[in-house]
Design a protein around this ligand. Sequence first.
Ligand code: ADP
Ligand code: MG
Length: 251
Amino acid sequence: MSESTSVTTEPKIRVSGLVKSFGENEVLKGIDVDIVGGEVVCVIGPSGSGKSTFLRCLNKLEDITGGTVIVDGFDLTDKKVDIDKVRQHIGMVFQHFNLFPHMTALENVMLAPVQTKKATKEEARATALKLLAQVGLGEKANAKPASLSGGQKQRVAIARALAMSPDIMLFDEATSALDPEMVGEVLQVLRDLAAEGMTMVVVTHEMGFAREVSDRVIFMADGYIVEEGTPAELFGNPQHERTQDFLRKVL
Ligand code: ADP
Ligand code: MG
């Protein structure tokens, strides 16, 4: 997998005709999108439009009903693909952080690399300390989640995802559950990651962030990509009525 990441002519993520149904309910109705290495793509759109489902299809947390999703050259719809191996390259951060409450911040961040035998305990500890410092929590390594603020917990969750050395990070409304004063500190971590060249797909309601940080903004509604473009195009000159309508409500 790592050999395919050096040359960036191939898209890192290639989604073609992606369809996802829950029973009779077709939630994604044919999504086509290519994302190249280092690109930051923000996905916006009304609630229920399929944003989370789309994100979850990118690491096969959902079974894919139709179409293909290719990540780092691996076709996720191919039954022979080792999905655990693919997932090791994809970090995901949700609205709710789901840290283990009985473990310290450090132990939470160390857990996956040790469990998957990606690192020894000592290596995992060193990496975790470095990552906690990177997200501004060097002093909270031994704190339990209950003693951390929402913003701090979410930053631990980001460090935990980074501990597996992903080359793609998926964020699903990572700041939506936070008190307003904590949104900024988490967005700053995302900003830093973007600046370092991480490939990121970010579902967000933070339009300021999407405008400032993304290379491309995708507007989804009713299971379709209605419109996509640079932030300047999408926010400054939206083409579709649906997009205009949505932006009028949120901006
Ligand atoms: P968004 O993230 O844009 O708010 P979602 O992807 O969460 O949208 O949901 C899109 C649609 O899919 C909604 O109608 C939702 O009810 C449905 N849906 C999502 N997950 C499931 C599930 N596990 N089972 C059944 N329906 C689901
Ligand atoms: Mg959602």
